[in-house]
Design a protein around this ligand. Structure first.
Ligand code: NDP
Length: 506
């Protein structure tokens, strides 16, 4: 699936046009009068210009969402209608899936095959939640005292959705789909550097014609626009995906209004390989675990925990395969790894590589920015693997969010579990072993929310996504992700309508 340069350009909105925010059913420029340049990380070229929103813009969007929900009837909208709206978005997105995939690749840098997978995922998320909206929710209880007790589920209200740059479309889309299915009104803020696919999704939303104010898009920085969403008392809930440091700030700010929050944060996930694992499968997934999307994956298998007896055989093969990974602009045929998302992020990753060397880890391969020829125009970093690490090293403890793997070794099952759980994070983890009982035993000991046996990375919209420990609070996706946007109301109905007699005097 290759487009010529001319076609790539046709996917883009001209950078002479300032792309707008979507507030109260209208496309608007920010009164800041500022614009921000959006850059293709594979070659540094300008691929779009967008308006830069402010706190004031966020307030307008929140007000519109609040009015739509509380005054204009969205609170009592019918599940069947919401389901229909989501299906319409999914159909239009599916019709344009190649265009969206190209746009994602041009803005984020990921390979076209990964972008296409993301768009397909987004289509499926919309359909999944369209279905879930109309399914039974609530409970009834058998209680004493001639009371019919029941629980109804109601939309939580105005939701602020804040997402990062590593899956710009799919991260926002999964929250949008669940929140709309639940009946909330929303204000979405993409990462400042990757807004293009989301702006285009809102073009579809605009075409379909939601009631004004139900879905809003604000552009701008997390520091201003994001922080306003979190602190504003008129936002009922924040659904956030991003770094743990940001999550901590957010939680503190949300506390002032006792705002409901769900946080999908960072990870430093262990991929445990026992000596009895299927060798080729384990090597293959060890690469995929860390180098998919250039390692910019919250659930990346960034720590490879190898049984010591396997080290001599496993590591040379892993390094050989890492060196064979085809790197280049994500839209070129056969490319397996693209650039990092931005120059600033590339520098963070390169800095971690220096930290690893200074800490005394052995650099087994990679370690450099790629600067030869056209590579120099983009933000490409070689697949990098460190051996001889110790648990206290920063490259073992901290999320690097790039193509950097730290190998740790263990002798016993107990040691593997201790090392695996030995960070502040608890997002994901995997075990490779042909001993089914052992694999399950170890998985059950991992303090992590997303786990795999003899595979790494497959995720499904039907199943909950989220972490233990400092990897977050709450879940996205599946029925659990739907719950995040619902309140729970108890209704007690007296079946015997007569005075209670609690006070005797009549
Ligand atoms: P950040 O935490 O820096 O940013 C995430 C979003 O939050 C961005 O939209 C950002 O805006 C915004 N933001 C920044 N500061 C604030 C603030 N004070 N108040 C409100 N919003 C704010 O993360 P990155 O974009 O760097 O994304 C990478 C991180 O995301 C990694 O740690 C990764 O693990 C995590 N992640 C977690 C996932 C999960 O499901 N657990 C999935 C994907 C990523 P802006 O950037 O525009 O300034």
């Amino acid at each position: 699936m290759i487009l010529e340069t001319a076609d790539i350009k046709s996917v883009l909105t001209s950078s002479n046009t300032t792309q707008k925010m979507y507030i109260n059913g209208e496309w608007v420029l920010s009164e800041s009068n500022q614009t921000s340049n959006i850059v293709n990380p594979a070659n540094g070229e300008l691929i779009g210009t967008v308006t830069v929103g402010t706190e004031e813009d966020a307030k307008k969007a929140i007000e519109a969402a609040r009015k739509a929900f509380y005054e204009n009837g969205w609170m009592n909208s019918r599940a069947r209608d919401r389901s229909e709206l989501l299906l319409q978005i999914s159909n239009k997105l599916e019709e344009r899936k190649e265009e969206f995939a190209y746009l994602e690749t041009l803005n984020n840098g990921k390979t076209l095959r990964e972008s296409l997978g993301d768009v397909e995922d987004a289509v499926n998320q919309l359909r999944y939640y369209a279905g879930l909206a109309t399914k039974p929710h609530g409970q009834t209880f058998d209680v004493p005292d001639d009371i019919q007790a029941m629980v109804v589920r109601e939309p939580i209200g105005v939701v602020g959705i804040i997402v990062p740059w590593n899956y710009p479309l799919v991260m926002a889309n999964q929250k949008i789909a669940a929140a709309i299915a639940a009946g909330c009104s929303i204000v979405v803020k993409p990462a400042e550097i990757t807004p293009l696919s989301l702006i285009r999704l809102f073009e579809i939303i605009d075409e379909i014609g939601f009631p004004p104010g139900v879905v809003n898009l604000v552009l701008g920085s997390g520091r201003k626009v994001g922080a306003e969403l979190v602190s504003n008392p008129n936002v009922d809930k924040i659904s956030f995906t991003g770094g743990t440091d940001t999550g901590i700030k957010l939680m503190k700010s949300a506390a002032d209004t006792v705002k409901k929050i769900s946080l999908e944060l960072g990870g430093k996930s262990p991929n445990i390989v026992f000596a009895d694992a299927d060798f080729d499968t384990a090597v293959d997934y060890a690469l995929y675990a860390i180098f998919a999307n250039q390692g910019q994956v919250c659930s990346a298998g960034s720590r490879l925990l190898l049984e010591e007896s396997l080290y001599e055989k496993f590591v040379p093969e892993l390094v050989r395969r890492a060196k064979m990974i085809k790197i280049g602009p994500g839209w070129n045929d056969g490319i397996e790894m693209g650039p990092l998302v931005s120059e600033a992020h590339m520098n963070t990753v390169l800095n971690y590589i220096e930290i690893g060397k200074n800490e005394g880890a052995t650099l087994l391969c990679g370690g450099n920015r790629m600067i030869e020829g056209d590579f120099g125009k983009g933000y490409f970093v070689e697949p990098t693997i460190f051996g001889d690490t110790t648990p206290d090293m920063r490259i073992v403890q901290e999320e690097i969010f790039g193509p950097v793997l730290a190998i740790q070794t263990f002798k016993t099952e107990k040691e593997a579990i201790e090392l695996a759980n030995g960070t502040a994070f608890g997002l994901a983890g995997a075990v490779f072993s042909q001993d089914g009982a052992k694999a399950q035993r170890v998985i059950r000991q991992l303090r992590a929310g997303i786990t795999w046996i003899n595979t790494y990375h497959p995720t499904f919209n039907e199943a909950p996504w989220g972490g233990y420990k400092q990897s977050g609070i709450g879940r996205d996706l599946g029925t659990y992700g739907f719950e995040e946007y619902l309140e729970t109301k108890q209704i007690n109905i007296n079946l015997k309508v007569e005075p209670s007699g609690f006070f005797e005097g009549q």
